[in-house]
Design a protein around this ligand. Structure first.
Ligand code: NAD
Ligand code: MN
Length: 505
């Protein structure tokens, strides 16, 4: 109680010099006193210092979450009360919308329009689950004889939630909202590159009335804090968004305690443009599909397949528009493409582009780190279009996670499907055609969790988001996510008047 008021009274601006961990309803420093700096990728400047969680802090957070779950009141609240608090979280976020947008831009270097959309969606996620949880319930099942069966949905318990750097606030909302709606307690581990808005979201949860210990935020290293959470026997579930290799590692480690696991992993999503598509809509949608969020998106449509009859025309238009994309000040509303998260990622992207050149591909536009006036110390990469590629090339098979698209030709539906599915991933996909039956045929055959038909957008609150194949499993952002934060308990009772004596003794 006192902590909740304390934070209310402080009314600190979101932008500070120092950020704390949140454990058991309190803003605390790391036990070790360790800190790390977080940077603005657009300028390379330090934004703030952040307390760095260690194993000891993770242990404290687990005990707080455990205690809140086992002995606390959150899961016992009437659902309308939990729902009201989720709506309160949304309204506080709404009231501080501009501050959240500002902080997200500073920490990630993403463009204003991207940050605004993502903060808006994070707010809507809490509103969505505030509503969805009210209708989430068990069932009554037909059973023979004088028996009755009903089921109850019980919160799964203490959840470790591990977040990547590309959508720091939105991914935190995707995870926290359904979990606490269901009555779970969470320990959120943001990425160390982008911890700020998740910390603020934790504070907002407290301010809105989420009891102590239900939401804990522990920024720290993946290999130390992340692993500790994943292996701990008192953690019941791990929800992870990040790269496929780390996802595999987490699944293996979590198996030792048979944790519930959901994984949202990498992608290499196909974007198929047929000869009968509205060409301008397909060009604009495909451009957004890859260059949105500077291509640092798990469902970036990074493999573009264009029908041979319109290939030349499409590619010319696509390249012309790529040249028009404005890179620069992320706070400028004219900016389309923001910064890359760090120098390491710039190097990763550049090495992929170099491998394509070595493999004999053609760079139609871009192909190197970008120099932006006034942002010389930041991390930038030119939007890049690569043609003359094939499925033997690394640049076609592996996730680049940057503003780089490969374009290939196809001759018919059968070939388009074959190429689209020739990948270990299966997250997003898109098809552009005016033929509704064809769109349906493609949607039926694509091995991916999401199919966008004449549409550049991949996710709204309520739409299932998640992958096939090595893009992971489990769906977020939708009603069924609540099933992944609950266990189904089956209650069987006998209502006959004659006592049962099954052994007949
Ligand atoms: P990453 O896998 O390197 O890290 C993700 C998170 O896991 C970070 O918080 C990191 O600290 C933590 N981590 C690292 N090692 C760990 C370990 N051994 N145990 C526990 N936690 C550990 O990914 P990233 O570079 O931050 O993010 C980019 C990746 O995320 C891309 O591959 C992208 O496709 C994927 N992604 C997927 C989705 C989706 O919904 N499918 C969404 C966004 C990003
Ligand atoms: Mn940062």
């Amino acid at each position: 109680m006192s902590t909740v008021q304390e934070i209310k009274v402080e009314k600190l601006s979101m932008k500070r010099e120092f950020y704390h961990l949140i454990i058991n309803g309190e803003k605390v420093e790391s036990t070790s006193g360790a800190t790390f700096k977080t940077y603005n990728p657009a300028t390379g400047e330090v934004i703030a210092e952040v307390s760095k969680a260690t194993k000891e802090d993770a242990e404290k957070a687990i005990q707080a979450a455990r205690n809140a779950f086992d002995h606390g009141k959150w899961r016992k609240y009437p659902i309308n009360k939990r729902s009201r608090i989720l709506n309160k979280i949304a309204s506080i976020m709404q009231a501080r919308f501009n501050e959240l947008v500002e902080l997200e831009i500073l920490d990630t270097g993403k463009s204003l329009h991207a940050a605004q959309g993502q903060v808006m969606q994070a707010i809507e996620d809490f509103e969505f689950y505030a509503g969805a949880i009210v209708g989430h319930r068990g069932s009554v099942n037909p059973v023979p004889g004088q028996f009755q069966n009903y089921t109850e949905k019980e919160p799964v318990g203490v959840c470790a939630q591990i977040i990547p750097w590309n959508y720091p606030l939105m991914m935190a909302a995707w995870k926290i909202a359904p979990a606490i709606a269901a009555g779970c307690s969470v320990i959120v581990k943001p990425a160390t590159l982008t911890p700020l808005t998740a910390i603020i979201l934790g504070e907002i949860c407290l301010e809105a009335g989420v009891p102590e210990g239900v939401v804990n935020i522990v920024p720290g290293s993946g290999s130390e804090v992340g692993n500790y959470l994943v292996e701990h026997e008192q953690v019941d579930k791990v929800a992870f968004t990040g790269s496929t290799p780390i996802g595999k590692n987490i699944m293996a480690r979590a198996s030792q305690t048979l944790k519930r696991v959901t994984l949202e992993l990498g992608g290499k999503s196909p974007n198929i443009v047929f000869e009968d598509a509205d060409l301008d809509a397909a060009v604009d949608g495909s451009l957004f599909g890859i260059f949105y969020n500077t291509g640092q998106s798990c469902e970036a449509r990074s493999r573009l397949y264009v029908h041979e009859d319109i290939y030349e025309e499409f590619v010319n238009k696509f390249v012309e528009k790529t040249k028009k994309l404005k890179l620069g000040n992320p706070f400028d509303k004219e900016t389309h493409v923001g910064a890359i998260i760090d120098q390491n990622q710039v190097d990763v992207i550049d090495n992929y582009v170099k491998s394509a050149i070595e493999d004999g591909a053609d760079i139609l536009v871009g192909g190197k780190p970008a120099k932006i006036e006034g942002f010389e110390q930041g991390f930038w990469y030119e939007p890049t279009v690569i043609a003359n590629v094939n499925h033997d090339m690394k640049v076609v098979n592996e996730e680049i996670f940057g503003p780089v698209v490969v374009i290939m030709k196809f001759k018919d539906e059968k070939e388009a499907i074959k190429l689209a599915n020739d990948t270990e991933f299966g997250l997003g996909s898109a098809v552009w055609t005016k033929d509704g039956a064809r769109a349906t045929r493609i949607a039926n055959q694509i091995q991916a969790g999401i199919v966008m038909v004449n549409c550049p957008f991949s996710a709204f609150p309520g739409t299932p988001f998640g992958g096939y194949k090595q893009s992971g499993f489990g769906r977020e952002l939708c009603i069924e996510t609540l099933d992944l934060y609950t266990e189904t308990k089956s209650i069987i009772s006998y209502y006959g008047s004659r006592p049962l004596n099954p052994f007949g003794l």
